[in-house]
Structure formats: C-alpha cells, structure tokens
Design a protein around this ligand. Structure first.
Ligand SMILES: Nc1ncnc2c1ncn2[C@@H]1O[C@H](COP(=O)(O)OP(=O)(O)OP(=O)(O)O)[C@@H](O)[C@H]1O
Length: 755
C-alpha cells in the first residue's frame, strides 16, 4: 500500500477499535458494521463514513509506502498511529494539544514530532497545508533529525490521494476480503474500561442512578460538587452532563456557548474523549455545531498555551511522570549532598532537630531515602503550590511558623528546620533555572497570576468558558483550584448581579497520592477556600459502585478504616460504596520470601492471565506500590518480558493500551488512575513502605496508593508483599482480621517459566 486516507471522523473512530500487528499489512476494517467503509483505489486505502455524500472534507493522508513510510517500522508503528490520532485531534477539534514531551518542532506549515518516547531522534513529519489545502499530510518518518528544506515530501502521493477522493466517495461499499479484516476488532469495551453500546439518551433515561441524574440535571447557576468512592461513576456522570448540556445548547441556541472539561492528566483527557466520542452521536466534540464549542484539556495545556512557552524556549518539567519525579529526586538528593559538603552551611544548620539531622545524614550516605520523598511532597504541597520562597514575605512567615502547615506533613518543629527546607528549595530552584526549565507547579503559579492580570480581563469574555467540568479535583493543588473560577466568563443575572460560576467538579480525596488537597495559608482550612471562589457549592454524593465486586468493596471499606484521621472538615467521610455487581472471589494476599520469587511468580501469572483473557492483555495489570521497586523491575521486565508486558510510566495518553495485544500492563497506581482492569496484581504492599512509626502523611499517602490500586480491579484482586522488605504492611491487618482479605501460601515454584 502507498497511503492511508482518512477523514477526521474516521481517524478518530480508530480509537474505538482494538488494533493488532496484522492490521498494518492490509489496513482493514472490523467485520462488524462500524459506520465506516473501506475503499481501495490505486494502492491507496480510504476510510470514509458509509453515508458520506460529498468530497468536501478535510483529509488526513498518511504515506505508508517506501523506506521512509510513516508506519514502516514494526516496533514504533502503533505508537505513531496513536500520535497521528492525537495530532489530528489537536488540529481538527479543541480536545487536546500536542503533549510537550513529543518535542514538536515547527517551521511554517511543516512540523515534526518525536516518533516514540524511547527514540527521541526518530521524527515523524507533517504538512498542515499541503498544496495550500486544509488537510493534514503525514509524509515521512526518519531515523534522524533533518533540516526541513532537505526533506522529500512525496507530494505526488498526497495529490493522488486528494484527486481520487471523489471516486472513493462514489464507490459502493463492497464486501471486504477476509484477509483485510485481520488485526482489527470493534471492541465493545474501550481500552480504558468503558463498555460501549448504550446511547447518551439510554444512559440518561435508564442507566444512571437517581443521584447521578440529579447531578446531570443541575442548572448552570453555581458550583456543584460530585463526591463518591472509586468506581461510583463520577467521570461517567461528568461526561454525560458535559455532552447533554452541549446538546441542549445546540437545540435551543441562545448565542455561542463554550464548555470546558478540565482534567489533571493526558490519560484522563484520553479517557474522557474516548467515552465522549462513543456517546456523542451528533459530533459536537468534533465541532459539528459552530455555536457549541466543547473543549477537553489539561490545566497544563491551558497554562502552556496562554503563557507562550514555545516562544520563550522554556520547557516545563513535568513531574507527573516517573521520569520527571526521578529527576526531581535526583536534584534534591544532589542538593542535600551539596549542603552537607559545605562546612559553612553544615555549621549554619548544625542545630536542626536531631531526627531531621539523622535523616539528612542518611540521605547523604545512602542516596535518596525517605527524606527526599518527604521534601518532594513538601515542595509540591506547600512551597511550590503556595508560592513560598526563601527571602520573600511568605518564606519568612513559613520559617517563623506563622504560615500554617497541617500536622500530617513531615515534622519541622523549629524555625531552623524550616529554614533548612527553604534553603534546599532555593538551591533546587536555582538548578532548575540553570537547566532552562521550570517545574509545572511554578508554571501554574505564573498562570494564576496571568488570570488575575488586566490582559486576561480583556480577553476573558472571548477565551473563558461558560461552564467548566473538572474531574479528579483531588489531584489539583490549592493554586490550581484557585484558577478554576477565573477561567469562567463573567456572568451577570437579570438584576445585574454577578452569577456564581457554574463549575461541576468530581473528586474522591482518598485517591490522592499527594497531599495537594490540603489547604495551607490563611486560616481557612476547607478544601474550597474563599480564594477558590467555590465555597458553599452544592453537593451530590454517589454511593453505588459499578466497577467492582462486593468482595472488593468490603476490602476497601476495611482498608479505609486504617486511614489516619485527617482534618478536612466535612470532606473526610468513611467509605460507603455499595457494590452493584455480582459476587466474586475474596481478594488474596501472598507474602513472598524475596523480591526475585515475587517478581518471577507474579509476572509469570500475569502473563498467563493476559494470554488467556478474551479481552486481551490490557484487562490484566501488575501495579507496584513502591517507587523504588518499580524502577528496579522496569529494566528486568524489559529484558525478560519484552513481548509480554506494556509499561506505563506517566500520566500521558494511554491509548497505547489498545495495542497491548496479549501484553499485560505494568505500572503504578497513580498512572492508571481513572482506568480499570479485570485482574489486578498489587505488589509490594510491604511494611517498609510505611512503617508504624512513619508520619501520618507517609502512611496516608501509602494507604491512598493501595486504595487507588485496589479499586482499579473489577473482579480479581491479588496482593503481594515481600519478607525482605518487612513482610506485609500492617494497613492490611484490619481486612485480614475481618476476612475481607485472605492470606494464601505462595506457590513453591514460580508457576511457569518466564516467556
Ligand atoms: N449508572 C451506571 N450503570 C452502570 N454502569 C455504570 C454506571 N455508572 C458508572 N458505571 C460504570 O462504572 C465504571 C466506573 O465509572 P467511572 O470511571 O466513571 O467511576 P469514577 O467514580 O470516576 O471512578 P474513579 O474515581 O475510580 O476514577 C465504568 O465502567 C462506568 O461505565
């Protein structure tokens, strides 16, 4: 084949199929009717809507022939296909922008992106206006970077694809040869776990619960909170409301309207788009109604766009992924060493409290350790989140102890302790500055200032939203929460009084692996402080759980009871999920003798389960509760299970899940938030991760991680701990005593040999 030719609609539709390696031979469509037709003209495959009657449409043409064919390399082609879909969405819809990590480089209408995260030199090239038309031409993939004026653009392929479009539209849909159907299936279940089939109206009329419907029916006259345990349908309710409100505006136009859906990660944008596209029969997400704009974005996207980083050549450092967090840990660790090696600084901080001193010594001698993790949390939750800096007014108040910090963060009892942290922060910031980068928290700080500026005030009516939908609010820092109401257009009621901002937000504080929801600063200890503009919002609570079995719900209830009490008035309620699904097995715990037997056994079992599962390997996940062990296992798994697993190391788009084939997922709970799997192996729930004498903060974050990981399982939950790391964590005791978790013996030998 020479080229693949698609309309935007048919390109996005590919997201709903499960695509295996064989697909790249013939580029077929699934056997089932999916609303698309496939036409082959002169070695070019067209995917068009079955009911398309005109050739007036933008086209996406992918050059797949020749050595520099975009999909020629078997190891990267599924990633590249996903990236083309995202690029298409960024051009033809408002739903995403190209992630920063793809290192886009643009000159006029040509641009290139990195082909995959592993091979940064390999680039895929795009032309946004081939022959001056509003099409997207993906013309080559090259192993090295090249100057754009020397690129071969193969424009004749594009021209042929364009000129044969009319014939393709007029060609009747013929029966596809069996061979061309290989490798593509119309999966009823989206890779993220959502089961397709019901329409938006069916969901609303007959599937949503009374509470979910109550939320969906809320008018746009003020903020509304949606609170519920994991798996109670928060994301789904938000998406249904988002689309229904868009549809209502489209049916009864009262001027143009813009609705925004904001999430914390690209993976969630992906999830929302996937559910949205499967329910959005009118195509509102693709701009079918010019008067109704629906945008799905991350907050970072918005900040990035408005602050023009591309022009300043500054690259925000994403601390969301494993890479970013590791780099941050390295910087802090190096700073601690630098401080210890300076005799002046050592003398200056000689009197810090003994515990902190011991931990500092430990961090210097053994590299890293828990102090580094605690400092990272302090930066993310307090210093960067609140704009507290050494030498500034807030910094002084922080040092003097008049800037309130919740008791569950690391203990910093004396002024000198806090000055020590400020000094680490100052040096860490300087290092970031030298790398010509800034952390995402710093970027959001700047964005918050921008939203308070005269410039934003001028353009707020044009660029702001009429209503905002926010998922996973518990992951937003307090500064991030302060930006929300400023993103909404000014709204005046009939009597000339300003209306409260219509912001619909879903959250579950217990799923937050960092302490970002805690309110610091000026005395107001509620999650929705006055500065957020969201105080006194209405509340809808969800209790019925649709993701997992009653047995998993019971385990979560027992785990929940071990959370240290936390001071967030009115928000920290006991788990009250009531499972709606059929019974399953009681979750099991196994304690292995050492890391090697744990790894060998669990990975072999996961591989076996993934191969046997009709829904593919993506229904099985191994989730690691320990950062350190995750980093250790990644290279081992890459060697021994290279064809057996798919690692997810950040919260970037996880649509690659669709190409997992028989591979199971290996990740950490944080990176698969929002997703679900049939079977979850949650490993390293070890005592050493959060010993009994650890601070409440460490324990709370650990339990959140376990809660988040366990609640991803629909049917089977297998927990593993390791003797060499202290055996099972005591946070499981309550569940074991109440028999919502059963301990079973470890198998004598790993069940199967790897591979
Ligand atoms: N009323 C309902 N009837 C049937 N299934 C539902 C209903 N509401 C939600 N679900 C299903 O339950 C699952 C979990 O929903 P969703 O992901 O929206 O939950 P959530 O509360 O956002 O979870 P989390 O907080 O863990 O991300 C999904 O598969 C969804 O399709």
């Amino acid at each position: 084949m020479k080229a693949l030719v698609l309309t935007p609609h048919s390109l996005f539709k590919l997201s709903q199929f499960s695509i295996g390696p064989e697909w790249f031979e013939e580029y077929g469509l699934p056997a089932e009717n999916c609303g698309l037709k496939r036409v082959v003209i002169k070695d070019m495959v067209y995917f068009l809507e079955s009911d398309r009657e005109t050739d007036e449409t933008p086209l996406i043409v992918v050059n797949v022939g020749g050595e520099d064919g975009v999909l020629a390399d078997p190891t990267t082609r599924s990633t590249i296909l996903e990236r083309i879909i995202t690029v298409g969405r960024s051009i033809y819809t408002e739903s995403v922008s190209i992630p920063m990590g793809w290192r886009k480089h643009q000159e006029d209408c040509l641009f290139s992106i990195q082909a995959s995260s592993r091979e940064w030199r390999t680039r895929v090239h795009f032309d946004m206006y081939p022959r001056g038309r509003n099409d997207l031409y993906v013309f080559s993939r090259l192993d090295d970077t090249h100057s754009f004026d020397r690129l071969d653009r193969h424009l004749t392929i594009y021209e042929k694809a364009r000129s044969n479009l009319t014939d393709a539209v007029l060609t009747q849909c013929a029966e596809q040869p069996i061979a061309s159907r290989a490798g593509i299936t119309l999966s009823q279940r989206l890779p993220q776990g959502f089961v397709q089939g019901a329409t938006l109206e069916q969901w609303y009329r007959s599937k949503l619960t009374k509470e979910q419907r109550e939320f969906v029916d809320k008018p746009h006259d003020g903020p509304v909170r949606l609170r519920g345990a994991a798996g109670t349908g928060k994301t789904l309710s938000l998406v249904v409301k988002f689309l229904r409100d868009g549809l209502a505006a489209s049916r009864n136009p009262a001027g143009p309207i813009k609705l925004g859906f904001l999430t914390h990660s690209f993976a969630s944008v992906d999830l929302v788009n996937a559910i949205g596209e499967s329910l959005d029969s009118k195509g509102l997400l693709f701009g079918a109604d010019p008067n109704v704009k629906l945008e799905v974005r991350t907050l970072y996207d918005l900040a990035h766009k408005n602050l023009n980083f591309e022009l300043d050549q500054l690259e925000p450092l994403s601390l969301d992924g494993r890479e970013g967090r590791r780099l941050q840990a390295e910087l802090i660790s190096a700073t601690l060493k630098e401080l210890a090696s300076s005799s002046i600084v050592s003398a200056q901080f000689a009197e810090i409290n003994q515990e902190l001193k011991d931990r500092w010594d430990l961090a210097v001698s053994v590299d890293g350790g828990r102090l580094v993790a605690e400092i990272m949390n302090e930066f993310a939750s307090v210093l960067d989140a609140e704009g507290v800096r050494h030498g500034e007014e807030r910094g002084e108040r922080y040092a003097k102890g008049s800037f309130p910090r919740p008791t569950w963060l690391m203990a910093l009892p004396t002024e000198l302790d806090r000055r020590f942290i400020l000094e680490v922060h100052r040096r860490y910031r300087r290092q970031l500055g030298e790398m010509n980068t800034l952390s995402v928290d710093q970027m959001i700080g700047d964005f918050n200032l921008f939203l308070g500026s005269n410039r934003w005030d001028r353009i707020r009516q044009r660029d702001g939203y009429d209503a905002l939908f926010v998922d996973e609010l518990h992951l937003f820092t307090s500064i991030e929460r302060q930006t929300l109401h400023k993103l909404v257009r000014h709204n005046i009621d009939a009597e000339g009084k300003p209306r409260r901002p219509p912001i619909f937000m879903a959250y579950d504080l217990k799923q937050s692996p960092r302490d970002t929801f805690a309110q610091y600063g000026e005395g107001d200890t509620t999650l929705f402080a006055a500065s957020t503009g969201l105080q006194n919002s209405e509340l809808v609570k969800l209790e019925r759980v649709f993701r997992y079995t009653p047995q998993i719900a019971e385990f979560l209830a027992d785990l929940d009871a071990t959370f240290p009490a936390i001071d967030v008035p009115g928000e920290w309620e006991a788990y009250s999920g009531k499972a709606e699904l059929a019974d399953g097995d009681t979750p099991e715990l196994r304690v292995f003798h050492n890391e090697a037997t744990l790894f060998n056994t669990v990975f072999a079992e996961a591989q076996k389960a993934a191969r046997a599962h009709a829904g593919g390997g993506r229904r099985v996940a191994v989730l690691c509760a320990s950062d350190e062990q995750f980093d250790r296992y990644l290279p081992i798994a890459a060697g021994r299970y290279s064809q057996g697993h798919l690692p997810i190391m950040s919260r970037e788009p996880s649509s690659e899940l669709r190409h997992s084939g028989k591979r199971f997922i290996f990740s950490m709970p944080e990176y698969v938030a929002g997703l679900q799997f049939e079977t979850v192996f949650l490993i390293h729930v070890d005592a050493s991760e959060a010993p009994l004498d650890a601070s409440d903060g460490v324990r709370r974050r650990f339990i959140s991680n376990i809660y988040l990981g366990s609640s991803r399982a629909e049917k089977t939950l297998n927990i593993a701990a390791c003797m060499t790391r202290g055996g099972r964590s005591d946070v499981l005791d309550m569940a074991l005593n109440r028999h919502s978790l059963t301990e079973v013996a470890v198998p004598k030998k790993p069940t199967t040999k790897s591979r």
